[in-house]
Write a protein that binds this ligand. Structure first.
Ligand code: AMP
Ligand code: MG
Length: 337
């Protein structure tokens, strides 16, 4: 058991967190996407502690975070031209690229795969922590496995208090959903997990983006998948969420006769006006929805919501990332109107 400290993201705390990482411990780290659970990616014993702290299945690989392109040397076998173009366009930022790994990355980190997901975050605290630690940092989202990803330090604290020594508090995450994860197939890109960097933006850099089936469809637990994370239940609050895919009028018509104890997840305050249920706003644009989604999912638990009807986000741009997360939170229950 640790007495988990919430530390301000200043130089002194970053240095303290870096010392913990160097000594094989795990700390809570802000990034622009969501908070991460950070450890030395090259130390299998430290990485094991990440899996234990969040109860993550052993076959779900971790993303390795770097603070400079130099750090990539020795971690991957080669970097194809298309990956260089992506790095140039989107690093530092919320894009993870799957590349062939060298033996320096332990199999514990890659969950037995011969590839590794690499990302260079843009959040200043994350970068300073990686630099001060002097090692690449493995960091999955800092939530208990299965619960919504943390976008505030208090979310991390609520999930992991007692399990880690400290959390660097850098306020709310700017993006709010996890990084876009991509793999390369020749000069094409396979989108394994949508994020803030959109399929539309990536398509400008290659001969086509293939959206993996696992992005919008449920994957069987024993299926062979391009990205192990697709198999797992994710982001799920205790409430039963149903996504209502249709116009605002159709949504309002559908909800008006439903149980008044249900909660509505809407874009705008006015979406729920005159309906019998309480409405929670999650934003009008894909960017706003991404930033708020996980906080709203956690809030549903706090208010004891049992049944939730959510307006379906637009599925283009960042909206695809919002839809992908909400779909999992809703256990793939969608009603098309
Ligand atoms: P999280 O750590 O919660 O952000 O999740 C990381 C995501 O990246 C999971 O969905 C993983 O399955 C995926 N991922 C990480 N490394 C690889 C890899 N080498 N190949 C395919 N997917 C990966
Ligand atoms: Mg996660």
């Amino acid at each position: 058991m640790y007495e988990t400290k919430l530390l301000p993201a200043d130089k002194e705390s970053i240095d303290q967190a870096a010392e913990l990482i160097k000594s094989g411990e795990v700390v809570g780290m802000p990034t622009e996407t969501v908070y991460g659970l950070a450890a030395n990616a090259l130390d299998p014993e430290a990485v094991k502690k990440i899996f234990i702290a969040k109860g993550r299945p052993q076959d779900n690989p971790l993303i390795v975070h770097i603070s400079s392109l130099d750090m990539l040397d020795g971690l991957v076998v080669y970097v194809p031209e298309i990956a260089k173009r992506c790095a140039e366009a989107f690093w530092p930022g919320p894009l993870t690229m799957i590349l062939p790994k060298t033996d320096r990355i332990p199999l514990t980190t890659s969950a037995g795969l011969d590839t590794v997901g690499i990302r260079m975050p843009s959040n200043k605290t994350a970068r300073a922590l990686i630099e001060a630690s002097g090692v690449p940092i493995a960091a999955p989202s800092a939530n208990l496995s299965g619960s919504p990803s943390p976008t505030k330090a208090e979310h991390v604290f609520n999930d992991l208090k007692g399990r880690i020594p400290c959390i660097l508090d850098d306020g709310s995450c700017a993006v709010g959903v996890e990084s876009t994860v991509i793999a390369f197939e020749g000069n094409r890109i396979r989108l394994l997990r949508p994020g803030f960097v959109s399929a539309e933006e990536l398509s400008e850099l290659c001969d086509g983006v293939i959206i993996d089936k696992g992005v919008t469809e449920a994957v069987a637990a024993d299926a062979k998948v391009a990205s192990p994370g697709m198999k797992y239940k994710h982001y799920a609050p205790k409430a039963d969420i149903t996504i209502i895919d249709g116009s605002l009028d159709a949504f309002r018509e559908y909800c008006k006769d439903k149980d008044s104890n249900a909660i509505l997840m809407v874009f705008d305050e006015s979406d729920g006006s005159d309906l019998p249920q309480q409405a929670i706003v999650y934003g009008n644009t894909g960017e706003e929805q991404a930033q708020k989604l996980f906080d709203v999912l956690r809030r549903l638990d706090e208010i004891g919501a049992e049944k939730v009807y959510a307006r379906c986000p637009d599925k283009s741009g960042v909206g695809l990332a919002v839809y992908n997360r909400l779909l999992r939170a809703a256990a793939f229950r969608v009603i098309k109107l």
